[in-house]
Design a protein around this ligand. Structure first.
Ligand code: GTP
Ligand code: MG
Length: 202
């Protein structure tokens, strides 16, 4: 699939104010600073579409971008940023969970994990929440360019092993780098395939 057009639509704190949910939508989530906004920019090939920052806590709203006039990419705030105040974290939590639980046009959620880190409690708990609420998700390991091949392999094997202690199976996994563009084509093709499946089922 070729991305010919990618435009910002609207930012919201409330899922009820998001665009009419008549188009398939794909959202990106994960810990603060994991690379959600950068990954969206890599997919659409525009470094300026979603706002990125080296300081965690940059994305604070539900941001809709419309792609090829046909589907949405959604950039969400990160979770688990220690420096965010408790009350702000509660607001984010509510905003994100309400969006995830109520957005019927959400086809898949991309859960981003920094490939340098072990499975963290907060990510595991978040994925359990998704499974319990039947929110379809896949995992994307980010910042692959920051590691050597052997370490990447070892880290991802460890992550999967750790996950299988609590999970019967592991969802679809992608390896990505917004810098080197590794995995970007695979993620885009995955979305394209889901878009075709949806069209065929309608
Ligand atoms: P919040 O909105 O704050 O939750 O962060 P985010 O998950 O949207 O992260 P963002 O895309 O803003 O990236 C955070 C930092 O990581 C920035 O300095 C990016 O340049 C850097 N970064 C993101 N992806 C990659 C990557 O694939 N490789 C490298 N080397 N750096 C990356
Ligand atoms: Mg962001």
């Amino acid at each position: 699939m070729k991305i010919k057009k990618a435009e910002f639509v609207i930012s919201n704190t409330d899922y009820r104010l998001c665009p009419k949910n008549n188009l398939p939508e794909y959202a990106f989530i994960g810990r603060s600073n994991v690379g959600k906004s950068s990954l969206i920019n890599a997919i659409v090939n525009n470094k300026k579409l979603a706002k990125t920052s080296s300081t965690p806590g940059k994305t604070q709203l539900i941001n809709h971008f419309i792609i090829n006039d046909q589907w949405y990419l959604v950039d969400l705030p990160g979770y688990g940023y220690a420096k965010t105040s408790k009350s702000q974290r509660a607001i984010f939590h509510e905003m994100i969970s309400n969006y995830l639980l109520n957005r019927s046009s959400l086809i898949a959620l991309f859960v981003l994990i920094d490939s340098r880190h072990k499975l963290q409690k907060i990510d595991n708990e978040f994925m359990i929440f998704l499974a319990e609420n039947q929110i379809p998700f896949v995992i994307v390991f980010t910042k692959i360019d920051k590691l050597g091949k052997n370490i990447i392999k070892k880290n991802i094997e460890n992550f999967k092993k750790e996950m299988l202690k609590n999970w019967e199976e592991i969802p679809e996994v992608f390896l990505s780098s917004s810098e080197s563009r590794l995995g970007i084509k695979e993620i885009t093709s995955y979305i394209a395939k889901l878009n075709v499946d949806i069209k065929n089922n309608n």
